[in-house]
Design a protein around this ligand. Structure first.
Ligand SMILES: *Cc1c(COP(=O)(O)O)cnc(C)c1O
Length: 489
Protein backbone atom coordinates (compact mmCIF):
# COMPACT_ATOMS: atom_id res chain seq x y z
CA UNK A 1 0.00 0.00 0.00
CA UNK A 2 1.33 3.40 -0.98
CA UNK A 3 0.27 6.79 0.32
CA UNK A 4 -0.53 9.92 -1.65
CA UNK A 5 -1.12 13.58 -0.79
CA UNK A 6 -4.43 15.34 -0.17
CA UNK A 7 -3.43 18.57 -1.93
CA UNK A 8 -1.61 16.99 -4.86
CA UNK A 9 2.12 16.88 -5.40
CA UNK A 10 4.69 19.62 -5.76
CA UNK A 11 8.20 18.72 -6.93
CA UNK A 12 10.40 18.24 -3.90
CA UNK A 13 8.06 15.65 -2.40
CA UNK A 14 7.83 12.05 -3.56
CA UNK A 15 4.51 11.50 -5.33
CA UNK A 16 3.92 8.24 -3.47
CA UNK A 17 5.41 7.15 -0.18
CA UNK A 18 5.41 4.06 2.01
CA UNK A 19 3.55 3.78 5.29
CA UNK A 20 6.81 4.27 7.22
CA UNK A 21 7.61 7.44 5.29
CA UNK A 22 4.10 8.77 5.87
CA UNK A 23 4.27 8.25 9.62
CA UNK A 24 7.87 9.42 10.12
CA UNK A 25 7.29 12.64 8.13
CA UNK A 26 3.54 13.27 8.15
CA UNK A 27 3.63 16.67 6.37
CA UNK A 28 2.88 16.48 2.61
CA UNK A 29 3.00 18.95 -0.32
CA UNK A 30 1.33 22.36 0.12
CA UNK A 31 0.62 21.62 3.77
CA UNK A 32 -1.47 18.54 2.92
CA UNK A 33 -1.73 15.12 4.58
CA UNK A 34 -1.04 11.56 3.51
CA UNK A 35 -3.87 9.18 2.64
CA UNK A 36 -3.92 5.60 1.36
CA UNK A 37 -3.81 5.42 -2.44
CA UNK A 38 -6.82 3.11 -2.43
CA UNK A 39 -8.84 1.57 0.38
CA UNK A 40 -8.95 -2.23 0.45
CA UNK A 41 -12.34 -3.98 0.80
CA UNK A 42 -13.40 -6.04 3.82
CA UNK A 43 -14.47 -9.57 2.93
CA UNK A 44 -16.97 -11.70 4.85
CA UNK A 45 -14.29 -13.09 7.17
CA UNK A 46 -14.04 -9.70 8.93
CA UNK A 47 -17.58 -9.97 10.22
CA UNK A 48 -17.67 -12.55 12.93
CA UNK A 49 -18.89 -12.16 16.48
CA UNK A 50 -16.18 -14.50 17.71
CA UNK A 51 -13.26 -12.65 16.14
CA UNK A 52 -10.98 -11.42 18.96
CA UNK A 53 -9.89 -7.78 18.80
CA UNK A 54 -6.23 -8.54 18.19
CA UNK A 55 -7.07 -11.01 15.43
CA UNK A 56 -9.34 -8.50 13.74
CA UNK A 57 -6.62 -5.86 14.04
CA UNK A 58 -4.03 -8.19 12.50
CA UNK A 59 -6.32 -9.02 9.60
CA UNK A 60 -7.10 -5.38 8.93
CA UNK A 61 -3.48 -4.27 9.03
CA UNK A 62 -2.51 -7.14 6.76
CA UNK A 63 -5.11 -5.92 4.28
CA UNK A 64 -3.40 -2.51 4.20
CA UNK A 65 -0.16 -4.28 3.30
CA UNK A 66 2.12 -1.78 5.06
CA UNK A 67 5.93 -1.94 5.18
CA UNK A 68 6.16 -3.01 8.83
CA UNK A 69 7.25 -6.53 9.73
CA UNK A 70 4.60 -8.84 11.06
CA UNK A 71 6.52 -9.46 14.28
CA UNK A 72 6.59 -5.73 15.04
CA UNK A 73 2.86 -5.36 14.41
CA UNK A 74 2.15 -8.35 16.64
CA UNK A 75 4.19 -6.83 19.43
CA UNK A 76 2.46 -3.47 19.01
CA UNK A 77 -0.98 -5.10 19.19
CA UNK A 78 0.10 -7.07 22.22
CA UNK A 79 -0.07 -3.77 24.13
CA UNK A 80 -3.87 -4.08 24.17
CA UNK A 81 -3.31 -6.81 26.77
CA UNK A 82 -2.60 -3.98 29.26
CA UNK A 83 -6.18 -2.73 28.92
CA UNK A 84 -8.80 -3.56 31.58
CA UNK A 85 -9.93 -6.71 29.77
CA UNK A 86 -6.88 -8.21 28.03
CA UNK A 87 -9.19 -10.03 25.58
CA UNK A 88 -11.33 -7.05 24.67
CA UNK A 89 -9.90 -3.52 24.81
CA UNK A 90 -13.12 -1.95 23.47
CA UNK A 91 -16.23 -3.50 25.05
CA UNK A 92 -19.71 -2.66 23.81
CA UNK A 93 -22.27 -1.97 26.55
CA UNK A 94 -26.03 -2.02 26.01
CA UNK A 95 -27.68 1.06 27.52
CA UNK A 96 -31.08 0.83 25.87
CA UNK A 97 -32.66 -1.64 23.52
CA UNK A 98 -31.38 0.32 20.53
CA UNK A 99 -28.46 2.22 22.12
CA UNK A 100 -25.00 0.79 22.65
CA UNK A 101 -21.85 2.42 23.98
CA UNK A 102 -18.47 1.41 22.59
CA UNK A 103 -16.18 2.13 25.53
CA UNK A 104 -12.86 3.18 24.06
CA UNK A 105 -11.28 4.39 27.29
CA UNK A 106 -10.08 1.22 29.01
CA UNK A 107 -6.39 1.88 28.32
CA UNK A 108 -3.66 3.28 30.58
CA UNK A 109 -4.65 6.98 30.36
CA UNK A 110 -8.43 6.47 30.41
CA UNK A 111 -9.16 8.20 27.10
CA UNK A 112 -9.70 6.77 23.63
CA UNK A 113 -6.37 8.20 22.47
CA UNK A 114 -4.73 5.05 23.90
CA UNK A 115 -6.50 2.85 21.32
CA UNK A 116 -4.24 4.27 18.61
CA UNK A 117 -1.30 5.79 20.46
CA UNK A 118 -0.33 2.61 22.29
CA UNK A 119 0.44 0.53 19.16
CA UNK A 120 1.42 3.57 17.09
CA UNK A 121 4.07 4.69 19.59
CA UNK A 122 5.61 1.24 19.56
CA UNK A 123 5.78 1.13 15.77
CA UNK A 124 7.22 4.63 15.44
CA UNK A 125 9.98 3.99 17.95
CA UNK A 126 10.73 0.65 16.31
CA UNK A 127 11.26 2.49 13.00
CA UNK A 128 13.45 5.10 14.68
CA UNK A 129 15.65 2.35 16.10
CA UNK A 130 15.79 0.41 12.82
CA UNK A 131 16.91 3.59 11.02
CA UNK A 132 19.31 4.44 13.83
CA UNK A 133 17.82 7.93 13.77
CA UNK A 134 16.74 10.08 16.71
CA UNK A 135 13.30 11.68 16.59
CA UNK A 136 11.73 14.48 18.53
CA UNK A 137 7.96 14.25 18.88
CA UNK A 138 6.25 17.55 19.64
CA UNK A 139 2.77 17.47 21.07
CA UNK A 140 0.41 20.28 22.00
CA UNK A 141 -2.47 19.06 24.10
CA UNK A 142 -5.74 20.28 25.52
CA UNK A 143 -5.64 17.35 27.93
CA UNK A 144 -5.92 13.83 26.50
CA UNK A 145 -3.34 13.60 23.72
CA UNK A 146 -0.55 14.65 26.11
CA UNK A 147 -0.93 11.85 28.66
CA UNK A 148 -1.49 9.22 25.96
CA UNK A 149 1.57 10.35 23.97
CA UNK A 150 3.83 10.43 27.02
CA UNK A 151 2.63 7.02 28.16
CA UNK A 152 3.19 5.54 24.73
CA UNK A 153 6.73 6.86 24.16
CA UNK A 154 8.02 6.74 27.71
CA UNK A 155 11.53 5.21 27.83
CA UNK A 156 11.45 4.22 24.17
CA UNK A 157 14.84 4.40 22.51
CA UNK A 158 15.66 7.07 19.92
CA UNK A 159 12.54 9.07 20.77
CA UNK A 160 12.20 12.24 22.82
CA UNK A 161 8.87 13.86 23.51
CA UNK A 162 8.21 17.50 24.32
CA UNK A 163 4.63 18.09 25.37
CA UNK A 164 3.02 21.54 25.72
CA UNK A 165 -0.15 22.06 27.70
CA UNK A 166 -2.06 25.20 28.69
CA UNK A 167 -1.34 25.77 32.37
CA UNK A 168 -4.70 26.00 34.13
CA UNK A 169 -6.47 24.80 30.98
CA UNK A 170 -6.70 21.08 31.74
CA UNK A 171 -8.35 19.13 34.54
CA UNK A 172 -6.18 18.30 37.58
CA UNK A 173 -6.21 14.65 36.61
CA UNK A 174 -5.03 15.41 33.08
CA UNK A 175 -2.29 17.73 34.38
CA UNK A 176 -1.10 15.21 36.96
CA UNK A 177 -1.05 12.47 34.32
CA UNK A 178 1.52 14.57 32.48
CA UNK A 179 3.61 16.24 35.16
CA UNK A 180 4.15 13.01 37.12
CA UNK A 181 5.36 11.00 34.08
CA UNK A 182 8.90 9.97 34.86
CA UNK A 183 10.45 8.73 31.58
CA UNK A 184 13.92 10.23 31.01
CA UNK A 185 13.07 11.03 27.40
CA UNK A 186 10.05 13.19 28.27
CA UNK A 187 9.69 16.92 28.79
CA UNK A 188 6.37 18.46 29.82
CA UNK A 189 5.99 22.23 29.62
CA UNK A 190 3.06 24.23 30.91
CA UNK A 191 2.54 27.48 29.08
CA UNK A 192 0.84 30.64 30.23
CA UNK A 193 -1.92 30.73 27.64
CA UNK A 194 -4.68 28.58 26.18
CA UNK A 195 -4.62 25.54 23.90
CA UNK A 196 -4.47 27.71 20.77
CA UNK A 197 -1.34 29.37 22.16
CA UNK A 198 0.22 25.96 22.74
CA UNK A 199 -0.65 24.83 19.22
CA UNK A 200 0.55 28.09 17.65
CA UNK A 201 3.82 27.89 19.60
CA UNK A 202 4.31 24.41 18.22
CA UNK A 203 3.63 25.54 14.65
CA UNK A 204 5.99 28.49 14.85
CA UNK A 205 8.65 26.22 16.29
CA UNK A 206 8.27 23.92 13.31
CA UNK A 207 8.93 26.89 11.02
CA UNK A 208 11.78 28.39 12.99
CA UNK A 209 15.15 28.26 11.21
CA UNK A 210 17.05 28.49 14.50
CA UNK A 211 15.14 25.52 15.85
CA UNK A 212 15.68 23.47 12.70
CA UNK A 213 19.40 24.28 12.77
CA UNK A 214 19.62 23.15 16.37
CA UNK A 215 17.88 19.87 15.54
CA UNK A 216 20.20 19.28 12.61
CA UNK A 217 23.24 19.98 14.75
CA UNK A 218 22.08 17.27 17.14
CA UNK A 219 21.05 14.92 14.25
CA UNK A 220 17.46 14.86 15.41
CA UNK A 221 14.49 14.56 13.05
CA UNK A 222 11.06 15.81 13.84
CA UNK A 223 7.80 13.87 13.77
CA UNK A 224 4.26 14.36 15.07
CA UNK A 225 1.94 12.17 17.07
CA UNK A 226 -1.34 14.03 16.53
CA UNK A 227 -4.01 12.61 14.29
CA UNK A 228 -2.63 14.23 11.15
CA UNK A 229 -0.38 11.17 11.37
CA UNK A 230 -1.97 8.34 9.38
CA UNK A 231 -0.33 5.86 11.75
CA UNK A 232 -2.99 6.78 14.27
CA UNK A 233 -5.90 6.65 11.83
CA UNK A 234 -5.07 3.05 10.87
CA UNK A 235 -5.77 1.91 14.43
CA UNK A 236 -8.99 3.91 14.57
CA UNK A 237 -10.66 1.90 11.81
CA UNK A 238 -10.54 -1.39 13.72
CA UNK A 239 -12.82 -0.70 16.66
CA UNK A 240 -15.75 0.41 14.50
CA UNK A 241 -15.75 -3.04 12.87
CA UNK A 242 -15.34 -4.59 16.30
CA UNK A 243 -18.48 -2.77 17.52
CA UNK A 244 -20.44 -4.31 14.64
CA UNK A 245 -19.09 -7.76 15.46
CA UNK A 246 -20.15 -7.41 19.07
CA UNK A 247 -23.70 -6.60 17.90
CA UNK A 248 -23.57 -9.73 15.73
CA UNK A 249 -22.42 -11.77 18.71
CA UNK A 250 -25.41 -10.80 20.84
CA UNK A 251 -27.67 -11.33 17.81
CA UNK A 252 -28.88 -7.74 17.93
CA UNK A 253 -28.25 -7.60 14.19
CA UNK A 254 -27.80 -10.05 11.33
CA UNK A 255 -24.88 -9.80 8.92
CA UNK A 256 -25.53 -6.95 6.50
CA UNK A 257 -27.90 -5.01 8.78
CA UNK A 258 -27.01 -1.36 9.05
CA UNK A 259 -26.14 0.53 12.21
CA UNK A 260 -25.60 4.16 13.14
CA UNK A 261 -22.24 5.21 14.57
CA UNK A 262 -22.16 8.42 16.60
CA UNK A 263 -18.88 10.14 17.41
CA UNK A 264 -18.02 13.05 19.69
CA UNK A 265 -15.65 14.89 17.39
CA UNK A 266 -12.84 17.40 17.46
CA UNK A 267 -10.00 16.79 15.06
CA UNK A 268 -12.17 14.18 13.27
CA UNK A 269 -9.69 11.31 13.54
CA UNK A 270 -12.17 8.99 15.20
CA UNK A 271 -14.89 9.87 12.67
CA UNK A 272 -12.45 9.42 9.78
CA UNK A 273 -11.77 5.89 11.03
CA UNK A 274 -15.51 5.20 10.84
CA UNK A 275 -15.69 6.76 7.38
CA UNK A 276 -12.91 4.50 6.09
CA UNK A 277 -14.54 1.46 7.71
CA UNK A 278 -17.84 2.29 5.99
CA UNK A 279 -16.09 2.77 2.65
CA UNK A 280 -14.34 -0.56 3.08
CA UNK A 281 -17.69 -2.29 3.52
CA UNK A 282 -18.87 -1.95 7.12
CA UNK A 283 -22.68 -1.69 6.94
CA UNK A 284 -23.26 1.80 8.36
CA UNK A 285 -26.43 3.72 7.69
CA UNK A 286 -24.90 7.04 8.70
CA UNK A 287 -22.04 8.43 10.72
CA UNK A 288 -23.40 11.01 13.13
CA UNK A 289 -21.08 13.73 14.32
CA UNK A 290 -21.57 15.30 17.74
CA UNK A 291 -20.11 18.78 18.40
CA UNK A 292 -20.28 21.14 21.35
CA UNK A 293 -20.65 24.94 21.25
CA UNK A 294 -17.63 25.01 18.93
CA UNK A 295 -19.91 23.72 16.21
CA UNK A 296 -17.82 24.08 13.03
CA UNK A 297 -18.34 20.42 12.15
CA UNK A 298 -22.08 20.64 12.51
CA UNK A 299 -22.15 23.72 10.31
CA UNK A 300 -20.06 22.05 7.65
CA UNK A 301 -22.16 18.90 7.55
CA UNK A 302 -25.57 20.53 7.76
CA UNK A 303 -24.90 23.70 5.73
CA UNK A 304 -21.80 23.01 3.67
CA UNK A 305 -19.95 25.99 5.10
CA UNK A 306 -16.70 26.08 7.04
CA UNK A 307 -16.71 29.56 8.48
CA UNK A 308 -14.23 30.79 11.08
CA UNK A 309 -14.61 34.48 10.29
CA UNK A 310 -16.55 35.45 13.41
CA UNK A 311 -15.61 32.56 15.62
CA UNK A 312 -13.39 32.38 18.65
CA UNK A 313 -12.76 29.23 20.60
CA UNK A 314 -15.16 28.65 23.49
CA UNK A 315 -14.22 26.66 26.57
CA UNK A 316 -16.78 23.95 27.23
CA UNK A 317 -17.30 20.94 29.51
CA UNK A 318 -16.10 18.74 26.65
CA UNK A 319 -12.65 20.35 26.18
CA UNK A 320 -11.21 17.66 23.89
CA UNK A 321 -13.76 18.83 21.31
CA UNK A 322 -12.93 22.52 21.70
CA UNK A 323 -11.43 23.06 18.30
CA UNK A 324 -11.97 25.31 15.31
CA UNK A 325 -9.68 23.86 12.64
CA UNK A 326 -10.50 20.19 12.46
CA UNK A 327 -7.59 18.60 10.61
CA UNK A 328 -8.98 15.30 9.38
CA UNK A 329 -11.93 16.76 7.48
CA UNK A 330 -9.32 17.35 4.80
CA UNK A 331 -8.98 13.60 4.24
CA UNK A 332 -12.73 13.29 3.68
CA UNK A 333 -12.70 16.23 1.24
CA UNK A 334 -9.92 14.53 -0.67
CA UNK A 335 -11.74 11.24 -0.78
CA UNK A 336 -14.97 12.80 -2.03
CA UNK A 337 -13.76 15.64 -4.25
CA UNK A 338 -10.14 14.93 -5.21
CA UNK A 339 -6.82 16.69 -4.65
CA UNK A 340 -7.20 19.90 -6.64
CA UNK A 341 -10.56 20.76 -5.07
CA UNK A 342 -9.19 19.90 -1.61
CA UNK A 343 -6.25 22.23 -2.16
CA UNK A 344 -8.62 24.99 -3.24
CA UNK A 345 -10.88 24.55 -0.21
CA UNK A 346 -8.04 24.31 2.31
CA UNK A 347 -6.31 27.36 0.88
CA UNK A 348 -9.53 29.28 1.10
CA UNK A 349 -9.82 28.26 4.76
CA UNK A 350 -6.24 29.36 5.45
CA UNK A 351 -6.52 32.70 3.68
CA UNK A 352 -10.17 33.69 3.96
CA UNK A 353 -11.03 31.69 7.11
CA UNK A 354 -13.92 30.33 5.06
CA UNK A 355 -14.99 27.90 2.40
CA UNK A 356 -18.32 26.77 0.99
CA UNK A 357 -19.13 23.47 -0.68
CA UNK A 358 -21.25 23.40 -3.83
CA UNK A 359 -24.72 21.95 -3.52
CA UNK A 360 -23.78 18.67 -5.20
CA UNK A 361 -20.75 18.38 -2.92
CA UNK A 362 -22.83 18.94 0.19
CA UNK A 363 -25.27 16.26 -0.98
CA UNK A 364 -22.40 13.78 -1.25
CA UNK A 365 -21.19 14.63 2.25
CA UNK A 366 -24.70 14.26 3.64
CA UNK A 367 -25.11 10.80 2.16
CA UNK A 368 -22.55 9.72 4.73
CA UNK A 369 -22.72 12.16 7.64
CA UNK A 370 -25.22 14.06 9.72
CA UNK A 371 -24.44 16.21 12.75
CA UNK A 372 -25.73 17.80 15.95
CA UNK A 373 -24.35 20.18 18.55
CA UNK A 374 -24.94 20.28 22.30
CA UNK A 375 -24.69 23.03 24.88
CA UNK A 376 -23.00 22.51 28.26
CA UNK A 377 -26.41 22.70 29.95
CA UNK A 378 -27.68 19.87 27.75
CA UNK A 379 -24.59 17.80 28.55
CA UNK A 380 -25.17 18.17 32.30
CA UNK A 381 -28.79 17.07 31.88
CA UNK A 382 -27.80 14.02 29.86
CA UNK A 383 -25.17 12.98 32.41
CA UNK A 384 -27.82 13.25 35.11
CA UNK A 385 -30.62 11.41 33.36
CA UNK A 386 -28.37 8.54 32.24
CA UNK A 387 -26.78 8.26 35.69
CA UNK A 388 -30.29 7.89 37.10
CA UNK A 389 -30.81 4.93 34.78
CA UNK A 390 -27.49 3.43 35.86
CA UNK A 391 -25.06 4.46 33.12
CA UNK A 392 -22.25 6.88 33.91
CA UNK A 393 -20.92 8.74 30.86
CA UNK A 394 -18.35 11.51 30.56
CA UNK A 395 -19.23 14.95 29.11
CA UNK A 396 -17.83 14.14 25.65
CA UNK A 397 -19.85 10.95 25.32
CA UNK A 398 -22.93 12.84 26.53
CA UNK A 399 -22.89 15.06 23.41
CA UNK A 400 -23.81 11.95 21.38
CA UNK A 401 -27.18 11.60 23.04
CA UNK A 402 -28.47 14.57 21.04
CA UNK A 403 -27.90 12.50 17.90
CA UNK A 404 -29.71 9.54 19.46
CA UNK A 405 -32.70 11.74 20.23
CA UNK A 406 -32.80 13.75 17.01
CA UNK A 407 -31.35 11.86 14.08
CA UNK A 408 -32.19 8.22 14.40
CA UNK A 409 -34.89 6.06 12.87
CA UNK A 410 -36.16 3.72 15.52
CA UNK A 411 -35.44 0.24 14.23
CA UNK A 412 -31.73 0.74 13.51
CA UNK A 413 -29.38 0.29 16.50
CA UNK A 414 -26.97 3.06 17.36
CA UNK A 415 -23.42 2.70 18.62
CA UNK A 416 -21.97 5.75 20.33
CA UNK A 417 -18.24 6.03 20.85
CA UNK A 418 -17.36 6.79 24.44
CA UNK A 419 -14.06 8.62 24.29
CA UNK A 420 -13.15 9.16 27.95
CA UNK A 421 -13.71 7.69 31.35
CA UNK A 422 -15.70 10.01 33.63
CA UNK A 423 -12.75 10.11 36.08
CA UNK A 424 -10.90 12.54 33.82
CA UNK A 425 -13.69 15.10 34.18
CA UNK A 426 -14.91 14.48 37.70
CA UNK A 427 -15.73 18.12 38.65
CA UNK A 428 -18.10 18.38 35.67
CA UNK A 429 -19.68 15.07 36.65
CA UNK A 430 -20.20 16.34 40.19
CA UNK A 431 -21.69 19.56 38.85
CA UNK A 432 -24.27 17.51 36.96
CA UNK A 433 -24.99 15.08 39.76
CA UNK A 434 -24.60 16.87 43.06
CA UNK A 435 -27.33 19.07 44.46
CA UNK A 436 -24.80 21.47 45.94
CA UNK A 437 -23.48 24.45 43.98
CA UNK A 438 -20.03 24.13 45.46
CA UNK A 439 -17.27 23.81 42.85
CA UNK A 440 -15.39 20.62 43.77
CA UNK A 441 -11.73 19.89 43.08
CA UNK A 442 -10.94 16.79 41.02
CA UNK A 443 -10.08 14.89 44.18
CA UNK A 444 -13.28 15.87 46.00
CA UNK A 445 -15.38 15.13 42.94
CA UNK A 446 -13.82 11.68 42.45
CA UNK A 447 -14.60 10.90 46.08
CA UNK A 448 -18.17 12.19 45.75
CA UNK A 449 -18.81 10.06 42.64
CA UNK A 450 -17.25 6.99 44.18
CA UNK A 451 -19.44 7.20 47.28
CA UNK A 452 -22.65 8.21 45.58
CA UNK A 453 -22.57 5.70 42.73
CA UNK A 454 -20.43 3.01 44.24
CA UNK A 455 -17.88 3.32 41.44
CA UNK A 456 -14.43 1.86 41.20
CA UNK A 457 -11.61 4.29 40.47
CA UNK A 458 -8.60 2.75 38.76
CA UNK A 459 -5.25 2.91 40.55
CA UNK A 460 -3.88 4.83 37.60
CA UNK A 461 -6.15 7.72 38.55
CA UNK A 462 -6.31 7.50 42.34
CA UNK A 463 -2.53 7.17 42.72
CA UNK A 464 -1.91 10.37 40.73
CA UNK A 465 -2.53 12.58 43.74
CA UNK A 466 0.32 10.98 45.69
CA UNK A 467 2.85 10.78 42.88
CA UNK A 468 5.86 13.05 42.77
CA UNK A 469 5.59 15.99 40.39
CA UNK A 470 8.54 15.75 38.02
CA UNK A 471 7.82 18.51 35.54
CA UNK A 472 7.51 21.90 37.20
CA UNK A 473 8.22 24.05 34.18
CA UNK A 474 5.58 26.66 33.39
CA UNK A 475 6.74 29.38 31.02
CA UNK A 476 5.62 32.36 28.95
CA UNK A 477 4.92 31.53 25.30
CA UNK A 478 8.10 33.30 24.23
CA UNK A 479 10.27 30.93 26.27
CA UNK A 480 9.07 27.62 24.80
CA UNK A 481 11.73 27.57 22.12
CA UNK A 482 14.53 27.90 24.69
CA UNK A 483 13.04 25.23 26.93
CA UNK A 484 12.85 22.69 24.16
CA UNK A 485 16.34 23.44 22.91
CA UNK A 486 17.63 23.01 26.44
CA UNK A 487 15.87 19.65 26.63
CA UNK A 488 17.26 18.21 23.40
CA UNK A 489 20.85 19.39 23.85
C1 LIG B 1 -9.54 13.53 21.33
C2 LIG B 1 -10.87 13.39 21.92
C3 LIG B 1 -12.05 13.61 21.18
C4 LIG B 1 -12.03 14.04 19.74
O1 LIG B 1 -11.54 13.05 18.89
P1 LIG B 1 -11.13 13.40 17.38
O2 LIG B 1 -10.62 12.14 16.82
O3 LIG B 1 -10.05 14.45 17.50
O4 LIG B 1 -12.33 13.92 16.70
C5 LIG B 1 -13.27 13.42 21.80
N1 LIG B 1 -13.34 13.07 23.11
C6 LIG B 1 -12.24 12.87 23.85
C7 LIG B 1 -12.40 12.54 25.29
C8 LIG B 1 -10.96 13.01 23.30
O5 LIG B 1 -9.87 12.82 24.05
Amino acid sequence: MKFIETRGNESGFASEVTFSDAILSPGASYGGLYVPKELPALDGSFFDGDLAYEELAKKLIELFDIDIEKGVIDEALNLYKKFDDPQNPAPLVAVKDDLFVLELYHGPTRAFKDMALQPFGFILSHLAQALDQKYLILAATSGDTGPATLESFKDRENIQVACLYPSGGTSDVQRLQMVTEDGKNLKVIGIKGDFDDAQNALKSLLNSEAFKAKLEESSISLSAANSVNFGRILFQIIYHIHAYNQLLKIAKIQMGDKIYITIPSGNFGNALGAYYAKKMGLPVKKILIASNANNVLKELITKGIYDLRDKTLKNTYSPAMDILKSSNIERVLFDLFGASRTKELMESLNHQNYYALREDELAKLQEIFDAVDSSDAYVLEVIKSYAECGYIMDPHTATCIKAYERLKSKEIPMVICSTAEWTKFAPTMAKALSSSDKQMSDKEALEFMKERYNLKISDKISSLFDKKVIHNTVVEKEMINDEIIKFIS
